[in-house]
Write a protein that binds this ligand. Sequence first.
Ligand code: GTP
Ligand code: ZN
Length: 211
Amino acid sequence: MDDHAPSPLTARSQPSPVEPTQPPGFDHARVAAAVRELLIGIGEDPDRDGLLDTPARVARAYAEMFSGLHADPADVLSTTFELSHDELVLVTDIEVWSSCEHHLVPFTGKAHVGYIPGAGGKITGLSKLARLVDLFAKRPQVQERLTTQIADALVEHLSPRGVIVVIDCEHLCMTMRGVRKAGSRTVTSAVRGQLRDPATRAEAMALIARS
Ligand SMILES: Nc1nc2c(ncn2[C@@H]2O[C@H](COP(=O)(O)OP(=O)(O)OP(=O)(O)O)[C@@H](O)[C@H]2O)c(=O)[nH]1
Ligand SMILES: [Zn+2]
């Protein structure tokens, strides 16, 4: 074998010019350079074989994990149907994967999203509720803001009579480090419009609890 030929690992670690999949506002080269610095900072050798591709790999992972940062909820909620349904529409157990903005480690769990369509009858596709959760989850977040942003986007784009969003997550920053309370759950809710009415709210909460 030619001594000067790059090893497969070295060859793969050559910086790619521009990452074609990077979302707008995401600077792949900058993130990769920062990850390399971070590895040096923790006392690692970023030039050892196992870490050669790590900066670029983490940058690609971050592009995905933070792809919601510049995404517009209006695009997700642009598909609407006119339908006369003036009762609750509720999608439960939507998987949540987000990143705590304090430690940049994941928090994960379930979101339950419901709304009562407005007088105009604006209904969106069920998958769009899950896409909306993803859009706001794929940002550096706190759970309270994630919950509020989902509720407010539904109010803004669907003009519903009411909205309820309940999120139930485990924060890895509380389990894998720090206070180390494995299994602890954080539950947040945001309720708007008619769903603030105690009876309507109780009905929605009962359906969520049953799921
Ligand atoms: N309210 C709220 N707090 C969060 C969320 N995610 C993480 N935190 C908290 O953010 C806080 C940051 O506290 P700091 O004292 O600045 O950081 P720290 O020294 O790492 O704190 P510990 O986690 O207690 O070790 C911690 O109490 C976390 O539990 C969230 O989504 N909402
Ligand atoms: Zn945290």
